[in-house]
Every structure is written in structure tokens, then in C-alpha cells.
Design a protein around this ligand. Structure first.
Ligand code: G3P
Length: 219
């Protein structure tokens, strides 16, 4: 089973606008050649353009649990869906929301058929989120995000503890791990510990040769 590789472009320069599309097209070449399991989480403004250009799923980085109406500046779930998003990240460490709001957002996303990757900073937070039954929970220790030390090598216990706690609440939720992941070795370790894939950003967006990195990650 191929690992699920979720690339979060955040607001990196290389992950914005036409550069985001260039990266997305490189990933398309790789999925075509290797049958990889890749998802890109892009800025809301890039969803339409990129989802029209690639065959693999494009996700939003966030949605707001608001209905149609007077909500200036919010990200409407229907809007990301209509733009071509197949799913969304929620509660990323850089875009935290309250548990109450997360529950509402998950419900809104589910009603629209959007796949949900809910992020958690800790195993305990993952356990609390599991009660809302997102499709995936991605555990990412905030202090390792954007750095060179990966969760797989430095905090394997966070992965095993998250899997244990989430399974008790809902064994159907799949676990992703993120923070500092850069290599196929990190991916291999994450899978050995029971995750189904990884969530990463800087390892690809800041890479000199993103194609090479993606090929290495796709073990
Ligand atoms: O969403 C992915 C993320 O927060 C991890 O970032 O740069 O450590 O791969 P990075």
C-alpha cells in the first residue's frame, strides 16, 4: 500500500499562484509515472486553477463553518467544493480553531462530501477530535514544524500514542503524521508505527529539487 503524501503549500512563495501550479504539475508527473498517492492542500485562491490542471485531489487548507450569507472574508465550504476541492485540512497548528468550531466545520464538510484531515498538536488533542469522526487525523508537534528534525525520528511515541488513543474512540479514523518530514526514511518509519501517510510542507516547497524529494518520499 502506497503512503498517502499530503503536501500543504501553506503560503510559501513557491506554493502560491503560478509557482504552486508548477509544483502541482511536477507531482502530476510523479503520480503518472509511479501511481503515487498524492494530495495538495492549496490556498483557497489557487483551488480552481490547480484542480483544473491535475488529476489527483486538491484540498483547501481551511474552511469556515459558515452558511451562505453575510460573512465577508470567510471561506465558505460550498465555495471550495465548487472550485474543485475534494477535501480540506482543518485546525492546522497555524490556523487553530476551537473544538466547538471544529466540530461544526467537520459537520459542514461532511454534509458536502468533502474529505477531512483534522490536525492535532498532541495525542490528547487527537483523542478529543476523534469524537467528531474526521476521515483523517494528522498529528504534528508544533515545535517541529518547519524544522529539520522529523516527528518520525525524534517523537515516535507521539505517533504511537496518537494511534492508540484515536483507535479507542474510532478505529476507522486514519492517522497521518507531520512536522519536519523530509525523506523516504521518515515516511517508512511513520508507516511502521501505524500511520497511513504524512503531511508535509517545507520539505517540498523549499526544496531545490522538489521532484527528487517527492520521488524519495513515495516509498
Ligand atoms: O502541514 C504540514 C506541516 O505543518 C509540516 O510542515 O514544513 O514541517 O513539513 P513541515
Amino acid at each position: 500500500m502506497k503512503p498517502l503524501i499530503v503536501i500543504n503549500l501553506k503560503t510559501y512563495e513557491n506554493g502560491t499562484g503560478y509557482k504552486a501550479k508548477e509544483l502541482a504539475l511536477i507531482a502530476q508527473e510523479i503520480t503518472d509515472a509511479r501511481n503515487s498517492n498524492i494530495i495538495f492542500a492549496v490556498q483557497a485562491t489557487d483551488i480552481y486553477n490547480i484542480s483544473q490542471s491535475v488529476k489527483y485531489p486538491i484540498y483547501a487548507q481551511h474552511i469556515d463553518a459558515i452558511p451562505f450569507g453575510s460573512h465577508t472574508g470567510y471561506i465558505l465550504p460550498e465555495s471550495v467544493k465548487e472550485s474543485g476541492a475534494a477535501g480540506t485540512l482543518l485546525n492546522h497548528s497555524e490556523r487553530k480553531i476551537t473544538l466547538e468550531n471544529l466540530e461544526k466545520s467537520i459537520k459542514r464538510a461532511k454534509d458536502l462530501g468533502l474529505i477531512i484531515i483534522a490536525c492535532a498538536d498532541t495525542p490528547d488533542e487527537a483523542e478529543a477530535i476523534a469524537a467528531f469522526s474526521p476521515d483523517y487525523i494528522a498529528v504534528e508537534p508544533p515545535e517541529l514544524i518547519g524544522g529539520d528534525i522529523s516527528i518520525s525520528t525524534s517523537k515516535p511515541e507521539v505517533i504511537t500514542e496518537t494511534i492508540k488513543l484515536v483507535r479507542k474512540v474510532n478505529p476507522d479514523i486514519k492517522i497521518l503524521v507531520g512536522a519536519g518530514i523530509k525523506t523516504g526514511k521518515d515516511v517508512k518509519k511513520a508507516l511502521e508505527l501505524g500511520a497511513v501517510g504524512i503531511l508535509l510542507a517545507s520539505g517540498v516547497t523549499q526544496a531545490k529539487d522538489p521532484k527528487k524529494v517527492l520521488e524519495d518520499l513515495d516509498i
